[in-house]
Write a protein that binds this ligand. Structure first.
Ligand code: FRU
Length: 373
């Protein structure tokens, strides 16, 4: 596994905790009618998931970063590739759906290539196996190998990926409309347990300067944030870990996490779900949910973004729309990562917000993430 992007050895990293999935993206001329049969303009695979996308952006911005989330060894009919990648064939009953948010410990399955390696390296994602001469290719699980290779090519540290004993690699079918840049996502991630607080206990907090949580399993993530808070109370200021939380999905059970992060990102979707018609309105309405001294941020697509700082001041940045909206998939994750990057560098909230809007705007003008900096 490569060292994290851009960082000197020992430099404290930014970690993003949340989803990684395979995005199968079809770029269509215009959004198709239901029950129609059309050709797309192009199709590609992309490593997706909010936390995973934010890692991509952080890496492109040059921040040493790490991803923590769940992955599963491949199951039947590709169980052979479990042996290739993890040395552990899929367990019997692998396809049974476990509860969505398991609270039990996840099992770390060390990849075959690192079995027997020192503990610090054991749970890293394996490198893409090398082709051996002109001989037959080993049976690989394509989504997992794609995700592993992509994390590696970006230099994202994956030491804390939690290998689950059951469940499937999450996958999303995404339609990106060339006419509008809109993205329509259908995600399957319901049978892979999320990272637990017990998994998170293995994280050496002294190696991180910022930990960002994509809100998913609120109770477990609340306990993870509590652990960071305990660490911070005992640490000198320069060793403290800053935290942020993203609430994107309008799911009631995620709301308690608003009161935990030092920086809280809420999505336009969530704000509208609560009846707010603009970012400033949402910030004023939801400020009571954040902890004292926290910052609340809300991006609102073409209207830019607003933030409420620890001092209660409202700041705003206009959007930086590209000439043509090409692909908005992951634009929010890009915004969050760019804001975190700037704040972690010690820039002001206004600067960070403007930087976030600028980088997110660039992202909307291109397919994928290459070219945002
Ligand atoms: C974009 C994204 C995609 C993924 C989906 C998951 O924000 O993370 O990469 O398919 O959202 O909700």
């Amino acid at each position: 596994m490569a060292a994290a992007a851009g960082g000197a050895a020992g430099e404290r990293r930014i970690m993003c905790v949340g989803l990684v999935c395979l995005d199968i993206i079809s770029v269509v001329e215009a959004f198709p009618a239901e029950d129609s049969d059309t050709r797309c303009l192009s199709q590609r695979w992309q490593r997706g998931g909010n936390a995973s996308n934010s890692c991509t952006v952080l890496a492109l911005l040059g921040a040493p970063c790490a991803f923590m989330g769940s992955l599963a060894p491949p199951g039947p009919p590709l169980s052979k590739c479990g042996a290739e990648w993890g040395g552990t064939p899929a367990p019997a009953g692998h396809r049974a759906d476990p509860p969505r948010h398991s609270t039990g410990p996840s099992v770390f399955l060390p990849p075959a290539s690192t079995l027997g390696a020192p503990p610090a390296r054991r749970s890293r994602l394996p490198a893409r196996p090398r082709r051996s001469g002109g001989g037959p290719q080993p049976a690989l699980c394509p989504p997992l190998s794609f995700i592993a290779a992509d994390f590696q090519r970006r230099g994202v540290d994956t030491a804390h990926v939690a290998w689950q004993p059951r469940g499937a690699v999450p996958c999303a079918c995404c339609l990106v409309s060339a006419a509008s840049g809109s993205r329509t996502i259908v995600l399957h991630d319901t049978n892979l347990p999320d990272v637990t607080a017990r998994d998170f206990e293995r994280v050496d907090l002294s190696r991180y300067r910022w930990i960002h949580f994509e809100a998913r399993n609120a109770a477990e993530q609340g306990a993870m944030l509590e652990r960071v808070e305990r660490h911070n109370r005992a640490a000198p200021p320069e060793r403290r870990v800053r935290t942020s939380v993203e609430l994107e999905k309008p799911r009631e059970e995620l709301l308690p996490l608003m009161g935990r992060g030092q920086v809280v990102f809420i999505s336009k979707d969530l704000a509208r779900h609560f009846g707010y018609q603009s970012a400033p309105e949402a910030l004023r309405g939801l400020r009571g949910h954040i902890q004292p001294g926290a910052t609340l941020i809300c991006a609102w697509a073409e209207e830019g973004a607003d933030a409420l700082g620890p001092d209660g001041q409202l700041v705003h940045s206009d959007a930086f729309p590209p000439e043509t909206l090409v692909d908005t998939l992951g634009a929010g994750d890009t915004f969050n990562a760019a804001v975190i990057f700037a704040l972690a560098e010690g820039r002001s909230l206004q600067d960070a917000l403007t930087f976030g809007c600028r980088i997110a705007g660039r992202k909307c003008g291109i397919q994928g993430f290459d070219g945002i900096v």
